[in-house]
Design a protein around this ligand. Sequence first.
Ligand code: NOJ
Ligand code: CA
Length: 718
Amino acid sequence: MKKFFLIVALFLVGLVTAQKLQSPDGKFVMNFSVQSGGYPSYQLNYKGKEIIKPSRLGFELTTKDAQANDPRNFLNNNFEVVGSKTATFDETWQPVWGEEKNIRNHYNEILISLKQKGTDRLVDIRFRLFDDGLGFRYEFPQQNNLVYFTIKEEKTQFAMTGDHTAYWIPGDYDTQEYNYTTSKLSEIRGLMTKSYEKGNVSQTSFSPTGVQTSLMMKTKDGVYINLHEAALIDYSCMHLNLDDKNMVFESWLTPDSHGDKGKMQAPRHTPWRTIIVSDDARNILASKMTYNLNDPSKITDTSWIKPTKYVGVWWEMISGKSSWAYTDEFPSVQLGLTDYAKAKPNGKHGANNANVRRYIDFAAKNGFDAVLVEGWNIGWEDWFGNDKDYVFDFVTPYPDFDIVALNAYAHSKGVKLIMHHETSGSIRNYERHMDAAYKLMNKYGYDAVKSGYVGNILPVGETHYSQWTNNHYQYAIEKAADYKIMVNAHEAVRPTGIARTYPNLIGNEAARGTEYQAFGGERNNPNHVTILPFTRLIGGPMDYTPGIFQMDVTNGSHVNATIANQLALYVTMYSPLQMAADFPENYEKFADAFQFIKDVAVDWDESKYLEAEPGQYITVARKAKGSDKWFVGNVAGYTPFTSKISLDFLDAGKQYIATIYSDAKDADYLKNTQAYNIRKVVVTKKSKLTQVSVAGGGYAVSIVPVKDKSETAGLKSL
Ligand code: NOJ
Ligand code: CA
């Protein structure tokens, strides 16, 4: 009887503290409650189905001079609700660049104010429920009882309702450059060793069931769930650790060099934890929730931020044909002491005047905006593997790279050079030189920098995704904005929608890019590009560097793709920064296919996700910015895919010419990569296209309005 009363009493307490929030369309319901013991928790339903089971929220802290069980170490229990406030928000905003001209930010919000009994500490939790999912964050208001504090663990749970299929990469504090594994949640532990591909120069795993976000999942009744974070600023990057007995994920923050996971000072808030959900995979790709949870642009004059299509002195180094280094004579380089004037050139330095001019000419002739040049500055003879601090100065060119003349030549042809700052992970060294480096860029008219963080992070003990290092990436972006410089950071923390606030962040790598296809080791899986848009691209664009036409690479490696697949990536892998990564001579050899790369836009007014299934296929149509032209891309994974799309997105009463670049019947991503067909047909809004893509293949279409009837002469209708 006593027990019965206790249960009733607990139930009543639960009722008193329970709060419900609905999405604007009513399809999502989030329930917040404080469980017995004062544990804040939430639960999420979608279309009447439970998506997140009751899951706890809160923190464990490290408190100075406190024993392990000191109540001051626990910021997850003994809470009571002391207030709540609801709000509704609906606005449409225009991104500086993007997949859509207009983005709607529409949500219902509840702010729950909690007070911890005993310590009187205050924590607020803000929940925003959109039509595409839930975002929530912790907020620590100004108060006397919680000022400076150290996070030992963030204890945010995401309790799954079953043994879902997951598209995952191993948890790692230093890199996301992995192939994705598709498995049941219960299989993660068994597959971890195999999935943890070695070979990256900086890798730090932490748990046999640790995975990275953005994590994509699918339930057995066909609901797609994506877990990630938004607005990661002044906080450590969140991974997820799975309790695979109960199928509960818990946040696992990246520690600093002391093992602490967050240095906090109230007032402050955490990044948003995000759960995007739909029973249609296409809606996951179309979701703008991650951007919506970031602040509007802090850059007021954005006129200097320009979507960019570029080529570069790059693939030749990646594939081993040429070198970043100028000479083979220096096993050791010391800035200010090593004298390059006397060094013998090694004869294969890629960033030499003649070669850079060749790329500038090629860019100008084919309408590219810019040329990336890597290996232009001294230091590459001795740049990684030794935790070297003073590694590059970012301002001194090699003797055969005439920075003045090359920039003048490029500008005379309407082309910009893209700067390259490889930091070799020595972030303090980069900060030492940053002003001088950005000033140099301003002086010569560079408006974009590709930065890189290969190797272990210096100062020693920090990792790529710790709070301290994340603050560096943010500093670099904000400082670049002061100099009106666009940033494309490689090996930095994966994006979380920050480009809404700092639209000069036009690209990131933070995943396994095309470069792995030329390293000679484990290649990218043929279905890699059918997963990335569901995972890595949720937080922002990727500099994937597509457009490889010659799949057999100099050093014996092979790119797992067909040419038609490589063309489709310009549409399926959204980015305002797109490279045509292959050599000019390979494009000249396949000039008819190259035409698509020349034509395709890099900025869009509208995007339509037509077909999608993670790991299997993606078909997207996009309308070019300020134009009537449309481009369609499809990529297929391990199995061939028959795409069936309607062109009903076209304007009524208009005729268009569609140029379709598709896999030939016998195309094969391993043995017959260059077999493609190109056909031109007349299409209208009523047209339907059925097109087969081979495994690892795809198709690309450009659709241009007919201006004069004569253009259609001799063409069939679709
Ligand atoms: C790795 C980057 O991903 C790659 O693009 C770059 O060329 C090298 N680092 C050298 O900086
Ligand atoms: Ca990389």
